[in-house]
Structure formats: C-alpha cells, structure tokens
Design a protein around this ligand. Sequence first.
Ligand code: SAM
Ligand code: SF4
Length: 344
Amino acid sequence: MTALTSIADLPVISNQPLVDTFGRLHDNLRISVTDRCNIRCFYCMPEDNVTYVPREEILSFEEIERFARVAVSLGVTKIRVTGGEPLVRKDLPVLIGKLCAIPGVRDIALTTNGVLLARHAQALYDAGLRRLNVHLDTLDRECFHQITRRDDLDKVLDGIDIAQQIGFGPIKINAVAVKNLVEPEIVPLVQYGRERGIEVRFIEFMPLDSQGLWSRENVLSADEIIETLSREISPLVEIADRDPRAPATEYRFADGIGSVGFIASVTRPFCLNCNRVRLTSDGKLRYCLFAIEETDVRALLRNGAPDAEIAATIRETVHKKWLGHEINSAKFVAPPRPMYAIGG
Ligand code: SAM
Ligand code: SF4
C-alpha cells in the first residue's frame, strides 16, 4: 500500500459520517455569507466603528459552493445560511440556488433580520428556499429601536407578511432573551406568532456581543419565559418526540394553539447533542460558536487544494471538537470574534 505523506493524500470518502471523538455526528453546516449588517443589535454589534473583513477576504459563491459540496460528500445534509445579515450580500438567491442544487442537501434554511425580506422573498423562494428564521425581539417600535438602533420594525413585519403570502414555511421567529429589557415584549410576540402559525424561539443572551455587555444577570432564562407564558397565555407542555439533536427545546400550548422554542445555551447547554460546524464569511471553519481556534479553509480553496484535502481538513476540525463551551465555568473565555463576525 502507498504511504500517505500528507492529508492531501487522503481520499474523499463519501457516506462516511463526520463523527467527533465524543461520538457526535455532524450533518449540519452553517454558512455565514457576510459579516456586514444593516442594523446594529446591541447584543451583537457596536453602534459604529464596526470593523469588517476586507471584501477580498470574503468567500465567493463558487468557493462557498465548492466547500459545501465537499461537506455534503462527508454526510452534511442540512445547511443554514446566515451572517451578519445575509440579505445584504448581493445576489444571495444565486447562492441559494447553487446550494439547493447540491445532491444530498435535504434542508436549506436562512436566518435573517427580515429588513430586506420583502424585497428578496420571491427571488429566494424561486431559488428553492422554503425555511426562514426571522429575527424579531419585539413588536414595539421604541423597543425595536432601542435594541437595533434602527427604525425598521415595519419593514420586518412586512417581510414576514410577504414571506407568508408567498408560501414560505416553516417560518420561525428568533428572539434574543435579554433580562430587564424584553420581558414586556414576550407575550405580544408569542401571540403574534400564534395568530400566524409562526413559532417564536427565544435565544438566551450569550456572551458574543462586541462590547462586552453580557453578564449572567442579563440573561432572561428559558424557565422564566416559560413561567410567564404559562401564566399569561396557557400552560406549556414540553414536546417529547422532537429531534434530540435540534438545539431548541420545544413546548406546545395546552390550549392547542401553537408552540414556542428555547435555545437555552446558558441555562441548559445542549453541547452533548451538537451536530454543527460553521464556516465564517472569510473562510474559517469552526467546530463551535464559542471556539477559540479556527481552521483556515479559504487558503485551501484559493491555493488549488484538491477536494480530498478540504475533506480531510473538515474531518480534522471535527476531530478536534471539544465536549462543549464552558459559559458556566470560571474558565470560560469568550471567542475573539463577536456574533456578527462568526455567523449566528
Ligand atoms: N442577521 C441575521 C439575524 O439577525 O437573524 C443573522 C445573523 S444573527 C448573528 C443570528 C442570530 O443570532 C439572530 O437571529 C439573533 O437572534 C442571534 N444573536 C445575535 N447576538 C446574540 C447574542 N449575543 N446572544 C444570543 N443570540 C444572539
Ligand atoms: Fe445584524 Fe443579526 Fe447581529 Fe442584529 S443579530 S446586528 S441583525 S447580524
């Protein structure tokens, strides 16, 4: 047998699952297409003087597609496109079309702040996209402005209406749960979702903001929200037969109208079931949102590396994956990049 002298000698092995040293199967790829954004959520971006990756360092659609094809050959079946704000990336529907056309991709979703959704929804649908997560924390204009430093609430609501009319589904709302701020917003937001058949998913505030504002005291926990919704709307009952590898814990309302989800990374970490790897807009592969280390795949993509080398690099990155983040330990170190630069 010929000796392997480098990872470039490794063959691409289709259908060999990407399993890490803790036995977790990785079939979910999150692709950030930009670190730019058209609003300024305080728990993610600074208000001004934002540092962006230089444009020439951002992966092209062809580079992203090639990386995705290799990842799919290793067993990835689900792709989520995110950012920054993915809809500020020119011609995003073209990329969506390319990703949808990859044989083996079973599920493509987009996470967006919704500001440009009304404008691009039809083109995204025509490109093959069906699943949307729209980020919306409040129905109150003042509160929206306080959080995002922009006055775009109506645009987001229009975007959701238009996406529903076009036929997107499921549409979910992502709401960041920040204590002493969003408590009055929770019930109206969930009622809005129940009226429209949209699940609201509360994401506990995580230490990924660019200004170091996070503290445990600012986290509105899933338990607190469950208590409020159960008291003010209808009791919540945990959905038992959900996918155990999905990050959100889901509950249905006992009155039979709708459900809510919780991504409780701080109070109920789900690392043991994690199935995700992440590609940043500048071509760095990360095994965790909170990872400190990254693997440079842009260099491989731009230096003529064969698919086998990219595949081996994906395997190596998954192999290095840690058991989980340590937000709840004194050892925790926040990653050097904030949420918008990693891709949420
Ligand atoms: N711009 C798009 C958006 O806002 O949906 C996609 C990128 S954004 C980084 C992805 C998600 O991250 C958002 O939906 C928001 O809910 C979440 N997010 C941002 N900063 C967060 C933080 N510090 N803690 C928890 N979730 C956060
Ligand atoms: Fe932009 Fe999304 Fe970050 Fe808000 S959470 S600033 S919309 S990237």
